[in-house]
Design a protein around this ligand. Structure first.
Ligand SMILES: NC(=O)c1ccc[n+]([C@@H]2O[C@H](COP(=O)([O-])OP(=O)(O)OC[C@H]3O[C@@H](n4cnc5c(N)ncnc54)[C@H](O)[C@@H]3O)[C@@H](O)[C@H]2O)c1
Ligand SMILES: [Fe+2]
Length: 398
């Protein structure tokens, strides 16, 4: 009965998704494209911006060129470099204070998913000063224009530069959850591959696997996708198949880096309508409870969840197998689906990603409760799991 309720909910959501005004950010891409950002800001008449980033990136001098060119254009900036990986509501509040105290007019979100999501959280809290982050989490709770955000992704993973999501952890409870609202869709995405060449191989691997996870989960899900999202999922999967391991071995491969940035963007846009699935529902709990980097949690869980979906996912996974041109033992959907999962498993091993996640036995009930709440009834996964299914699955990960 419960599973039927989930399917009915998803059917209603499908109609809602069809009616929503989906958009995409304006993309400025290519080597050195970051240098175009100040003139884009000037074009809009903004005189002061808040730059949201993290200390590692400032320490790597990745923002030096931006600081200099903003000065040249006469644009003032306030630097907020206090974003933690898996950003918290406390990070967001600090950013809100800096934005307001300094009279900023827009934001530049410079970094991986963490700074981009934090900037979206700051924007949501500025638009809705009376609602806490916890109250804004969920679906369509902002419903108001937020300050304009220029996104500059420095990982090729989350796709936050083109999603309606901001994933924020509540510092007190460690509950990690997403604010999902069309107003969070960024207006600009600067995809400059030069900014990602210094990304260490390990982070390249796990963030790239996050993008793969978006593409695969969006593609294997039922209902919400339109043809656009399905095509974007396929394009992203193929780009990752062709480029991730290559770039892992040769970090300075600028064309490969650009391809991975595109893949992350396509996969982000695919899942923001097509939705993610139980890899994300479970992975977020590991990020919240143990600080497990998001991409790492995704990389570990992806093949396990796809296997656990079983035959209900064969159709779609076999199509992705064909898209990549992976050789299967036979021409059946089952053989192709299994060959696709085997490629992911092999990639994990080659990129030194652990096979199983680390978690504490005493947390299993909490993991189940949060994953179940995040995944159901919203995620239109090929198979619907109840709490017992989640528990069995998590206990099998050893
Ligand atoms: N909004 C969305 O749609 C969405 C989707 C998926 C994930 N997320 C969220 O995004 C966050 C993860 O983002 P992420 O995986 O991009 O990691 P991140 O932003 O947390 O960055 C990971 C680490 O890599 C470093 N780093 C980033 N770019 C670098 C570079 N070019 N060179 C060297 N070091 C660099 C950072 O300083 C940080 O230490 C999680 O909180 C996750 O839940 C959001
Ligand atoms: Fe993700």
């Amino acid at each position: 009965m419960y599973k039927l309720y989930c399917r009915i909910y998803q059917g209603v959501m499908k109609i809602g998704m069809y009616l929503l005004p989906w958009s995409m950010p304006k993309v400025i891409e290519g080597e050195g494209s970051i240098r175009k950002l100040p003139s884009l800001i000037k074009e809009k008449g903004f005189k002061k911006v808040l730059i949201v980033t993290d200390k590692t990136l400032v320490g790597l001098h990745l923002l030096d060129g931006l600081f200099a060119s903003l000065k040249d254009e006469g644009i003032e900036y306030v630097l907020f470099d206090g974003v933690d990986p898996n950003p918290t509501d406390l990070n967001v509040e600090e950013g809100v204070r800096l934005y307001k105290d300094n009279g900023c007019e827009a934001m530049v979100a410079f970094g991986g998913g963490s700074p981009m999501d934090c900037a979206k959280g700051i924007g949501a809290r500025i638009a809705r000063p009376k609602k806490s982050i916890a109250k804004l989490q969920g679906l369509f709770k902002v419903l108001k224009r937020i300050p304009l955000i220029y996104t500059v992704p420095t990982t090729a993973g989350t796709g936050s530069e083109t999603t309606i999501a901001a994933v924020i952890t509540e510092a007190k409870t460690h509950h990690k959850a997403s604010i999902n609202d069309l107003s969070l869709m960024p207006k600009y995405a600067i995809l400059d591959p030069e900014l990602t060449v210094g990304l260490p191989p390990k982070t390249t691997a796990t963030t790239g696997m996050d993008a793969l996870c978006h593409a695969v989960e969006a593609y294997t899900n039922n209902t919400y996708n339109s043809k656009l999202e399905k095509d974007l999922s396929k394009k992203a999967t193929k780009l990752i198949y062709d480029n991730l391991y290559k770039v892992y071995l040769n970090p300075k491969d600028i064309v490969g880096r650009q391809n991975l940035q595109r893949a992350a963007f396509y996969a982000g846009r695919a899942f923001t309508r097509g939705s993610v699935g139980y890899v994300h529902a479970i992975g977020h709990t590991l990020g919240g409870l143990y600080g497990t980097p998001h991409g790492l949690a995704m990389s570990i869980l992806l093949p396990h969840v796809m296997k656990a979906y079983g035959e209900k996912a064969y159709d779609r996974l076999s199509e992705l197998c064909d898209v990549c041109g992976i050789k299967a033992d036979s021409d059946t959907k089952e053989a192709k689906a299994k060959a696709f999962i085997a490629w992911i498993e092999d990639l994990k091993v080659k990129m030194d990603i652990p096979l199983y996640p680390e978690y504490k036995d005493e947390d299993v009930d909490q993991i189940v409760a949060w994953a179940y709440k995040e995944g159901n009834p919203l995620y239109p996964t090929p198979v619907t799991w109840d709490k017992e299914d989640f528990k069995k699955f998590i206990l099998s990960l050893k």
